[in-house]
Ligand binder design. Structure first.
Ligand code: ADP
Ligand code: MG
Length: 352
């Protein structure tokens, strides 16, 4: 799917310390507790807590710039909902890299902020995530979605005309954690599906695929009988999702919001039936959206198994539609979900 940065923020404020230590307090994670401490000149090892995001950022920024970040007092506050599929972890990671960049008076720029925050989260913190969220957080542009090629790392800004279109986010209230969730299982299944597909497709004039990206919709009929049914469904999700990304961009370029909405709905069906990462609450929110006037289409966002859905909605009916989604969910579950509008926003920046 095409991600965007949203108008929710994680802010890291910093002041120099002259003892070379970095102290960090997060309003969300430390509460009334004392700040945590990291000694940037020492070898960093993950401790399994949220401070790993800082340790990882220190390691990656030091490696990139060849310099050790200086002593700092850091205070963090965020209004990005956590553990909801809106990627508060990427916002936090990108903000930390940006803060260390500023403290070193280095000039990393948006691409390196995203790339280093991704390396920190995947290689140091140990979350098996792709680069999409960190790139969106670092490279986002106001009133645009991003089309990210995760292999070449090419990023194209695709206009999302705010005068006609809005994005609603509905929070199912079901929490999950990416690191302990089933995202890693899906990644392993995709690798297994790719290896299995190599046998089914390799032949004269065709190299074995080295990622599911090399497999096209036209290959699916050949592969279906050759693959384990579960691996085939995982593969079909990825192959059709890649096609949907291109189709979605084409639809937006043509201002064809009906087509864009249909692609979102098809994505949700594929996430539910083939990738099996949806849950009943997310299906309910999407159904509630898709049966509400003014909504073009709905799908879950993030890794699934909880968190939020996104809905593309006509600007004129956005607030009524948000209420309608909340009403329908409440009728079924007896609790009212938060449904709110978000606006595609600029990525991380240095404030002074
Ligand atoms: P999400 O879908 O929001 O990215 P994750 O489970 O991937 O959910 O990330 C949430 C984790 O990221 C938190 O448990 C914490 O370790 C870290 N995190 C996110 N925001 C903050 C913050 N403001 N302060 C400290 N840690 C944060
Ligand atoms: Mg995350």
């Amino acid at each position: 799917m095409l991600p965007c940065a949203i108008d929710r923020h994680t802010v890291v404020a910093g002041a120099p310390r002259n003892d070379g230590r970095i102290r960090i307090h997060s309003r969300e994670m430390s509460g009334d507790g004392a700040p945590a401490e990291v000694r940037p000149e020492e070898t960093q090892a993950p401790a399994g807590d949220w401070v790993d995001y800082l340790r990882g950022a220190v390691v990656m920024v030091a490696e990139e710039t060849g310099r050790i970040p200086p002593g700092l007092d850091l205070a963090v506050a965020s209004d990005v909902p956590g553990e909801s599929g809106l990627s508060s972890s990427a916002a936090f990671g990108v903000a930390l890299v940006t803060a260390l960049e500023r403290a070193l008076r280095a000039n990393l720029g948006p691409e390196a902020r995203g790339r280093l925050a991704h390396r920190s989260e995947s290689e140091f913190v140990g979350v098996p995530c792709g680069i999409m969220d960190q790139y969106a957080s670092a490279l986002g542009r106001r009133d645009h979605a991003l089309q990210i090629d995760c292999r070449s790392r090419e990023v194209v800004e695709v206009p999302l005309p705010g005068e006609s279109l809005r994005i609603l986010v509905a929070d199912s209230g079901v929490r999950r954690r990416l690191a302990t969730g089933q995202y890693g299982d899906r990644k392993a299944e995709c690798e297994a599906a790719c290896a299995a597909a190599a046998g089914g497709l390799a032949g004269p004039g065709r190299a074995a695929p080295d990622s599911l990206r090399d497999i096209e919709a036209a290959d699916l009929t050949t592969l279906e009988p050759a693959l384990d049914p579960i691996l085939f469904r995982r593969l079909r999700h990825v192959v059709t999702e890649n096609a949907r990304v291109h189709a979605f961009r084409t639809a937006l370029d043509a201002s064809d919001f009906v087509a864009a909405g249909r692609i979102l709905r098809e994505g949700q069906q594929s996430l539910r039936n083939d990738f099996e990462v949806s849950i009943e609450e997310l299906d309910t929110l999407c159904e509630a959206g898709d049966t509400t006037p003014g909504i073009y289409g709905s799908r879950l966002t993030g890794a699934g198994f909880g968190g939020c859905t996104v809905h593309l909605v006509d600007q004129a009916t956005s607030s009524e539609a948000a209420e309608a989604i909340a009403d329908k969910f409440e009728q079924r579950y007896g609790r009212r979900p938060r449904v709110f509008e978000v606006t595609p926003a600029d990525g991380a920046e240095v404030l002074s």
